[in-house]
Design a protein around this ligand. Structure first.
Ligand code: PXP
Length: 242
């Protein structure tokens, strides 16, 4: 099982002062040294953290792989085709949100998302779609041409109490099985941290976890390389050491 490390918040800190540090490029190296299978960045319409310059440099310097999270807009499709990240993850985007709040409504936007996916694929960029653990959305992602889905784990991460958490985990496990039966590769992410990651990492069929906030938060105290290593160790423990 792989870990993708989202380094957006390294750029958030830099943008808070409008200066040159901390540099997401240095962060990417550190996360890779800690065992990240790829680096994730979200280039948002409002450019609140990652800038186009970061995308440009990271697309040349990341040694593992670069996952570009982006809205399905013409501007972003053009940028993805220009810089050719290893793959893109299509996400919904609202200016007023603090972070990506829900999954993509693929079922309600099939035609548009199929066109965007075809254009990205034609430009040599594979597509993943960030969706809720909901059958209709997963089936629609398959129809729209996604090769991978990332299942939104926010409902699990925000669950109040063990009963609700158990239910949300079961929904995610069912969604993973459905996606696998549709021959989609499956990753998961959002709101996962050092305390809640193990039950999710233990779900068989999940190939990859994408984690940002909690790793960057821990990196303040132990460094990003070590924070990445600690998260990977928990994931492997959950899978019986694999
Ligand atoms: N996956 C996707 C698609 C996301 O948008 C985000 C947040 O940027 C994450 C994973 C990581 O979430 P978190 O920062 O809560 O770990």
């Amino acid at each position: 099982m792989r870990l993708g490390v989202n380094i957006d918040h390294v750029a958030t800190l830099r943008q808070a002062r409008g200066t040159f540090e901390p540099d997401p490029v240095a962060a990417a190296y550190a996360a890779e040294r800690g065992g990240a299978a790829h680096i994730t960045i979200h280039l948002r319409e409002d450019r609140r953290h990652i800038q186009e310059r970061d995308l440009e440099i990271l697309s040349r310097t990341v040694a593992t792989g670069l996952d570009l999270e982006m809205a399905a807009t013409e501007e972003m499709v053009a940028l993805a085709r220009k810089y050719k990240p290893t793959f893109v993850t299509l996400v919904p985007e609202k200016r007023e949100e603090l972070t990506t709040e829900g999954g993509l409504d693929v079922a309600g936007n099939r035609k548009r998302l199929a066109e965007v996916t075809a254009s990205l694929n034609e430009g040599g960029v594979p597509v993943s779609m960030f969706v809720e653990p909901v059958e209709e959305q997963i089936a629609a992602a398959r129809e729209a041409g996604a090769g991978t889905i990332e299942i939104h784990t926010g409902s699990y991460a925000n669950a109040r109490g063990p009963d609700e958490q158990f239910k949300r985990r079961a929904e995610i496990a069912a969604a993973v099985r459905l996606a696998a039966s549709l021959e989609l590769s499956v990753s998961v992410g959002h709101g996962l941290n050092y305390y809640n990651v193990k039950p999710i990492a233990a779900i068989s069929g999940i190939e990859e976890l994408n984690i940002g906030h909690s790793i960057v938060a821990r990196a303040i105290f132990v460094g990003l390389e070590e924070a990445t290593r600690q998260m990977l160790a928990l994931m492997r423990e959950a899978r019986g050491g694999l």
